[in-house]
Ligand binder design. Sequence first.
Ligand code: NIG
Ligand code: FE
Length: 409
Amino acid sequence: MQGVRCVTALKADLLLTGARLATMAGPAGLGVVEDGVVAVAGGRIAWVGPAGEAPSIDAAERFDCGGRWVTPGVVDCHTHLVFAGNRADEFARRLAGESYADIARSGGGIAATVRATRAANEAALTAASLKRLDALLAEGVTTVEIKSGYGLDEETELRQLRVARGLAAHRRVSVAVTYLGAHAVPPGGDRAAYLDLVCERMIPCIAAEGLADAVDVFQEGIAFDAAECARVFAAAQAAGLAVKSHADQLSDGDGAALAARHGALSTDHLEYTSEAGARAMAQAGTVAVLLPGAFLMINETHRPPIAAFRAAGTRMAVATDLNPGSSPIASPRVCATLACVLFGMTVDEVLRGFTIEAAHALGRADRIGSIAAGKDADLAVWSVETLSELVAQIGPSPLFARFHQGVRA
Ligand code: NIG
Ligand code: FE
């Protein structure tokens, strides 16, 4: 019949209404949509946009956001949250004047956490990790990256990776797992023999068993040099795994450029990265992951080259670096605040840095990080009047609701 259209309603499991959306869709800015709706089907976003433009939607369940702000779920793209023990004694030593590197060279630092982690069984590691994970979830995290690197032997590294993978069975969260065997030479270990183990045995085995999504290295005077890191990158790539690095944290080792040459997803810390390094990263699409918690806690004063990243168009993400030594901070919001105050990032850069740019740092921007049709329905609903409030104050979490793949969690 002329003039009559047969309109089939969009079937949805869940419909969020009354949302002020910061979608993070688009190459810059927050992608704000006033009076937005989000339709969810099968854990994915089926439709998103202003209520006035929405198609007819037949939803099994509705959630009224009551005019609250809704962002993509927070992505913490750099953590070491599976570990045992704590290093509060090192905090006191740094207050007394020792540097992070001095403490590492004296047998503390990463080696201290290696001793504690080797002594912890899988159940103890899981229990300790869940407490830290819960702190992140309370601030809207829906994806967390977790690195190994506190075992530095075959058995403990595999245990750390399994615990990290297993956390997703305990909580509604997506976990990206990264093998960081090249974090330090194991205490009392032989450097060359250890690198052989990492490259020739661990990486192929981890890739074959699907225990990690990426391989990371710590390129620094107190850890591994450029040639050693390049060898680990090559082994990872031969095994089909993406690469990342901790680079230029305590000195300029030209680590950003090395990571860029290897097509790394991200390179992280970067306090001493040069302008040329920033440009190389932009060209390679390697994300700069800024870690202001570590900058604060190790009393660093040399800031990462934010202006050079902006000028070059390097993507900038922000993460907690949650770990027992350099960044014992289980709070994305505190790290967001620090990124603004210590590094001079803008609120919008930091909000993108904890969502869409962090998704790029994990190679998952096709699945998470923005509110867009086809992506996982990972959402955070906030009781704030302005998004700046998320960053402008340190205190109780303003999270109102968290959805992971369309399920309220
Ligand atoms: O990201 N820089 C190296 N690794 C970790 C810290 C490890 C530790 O101190 O336990 C970091 O800061
Ligand atoms: Fe780290």
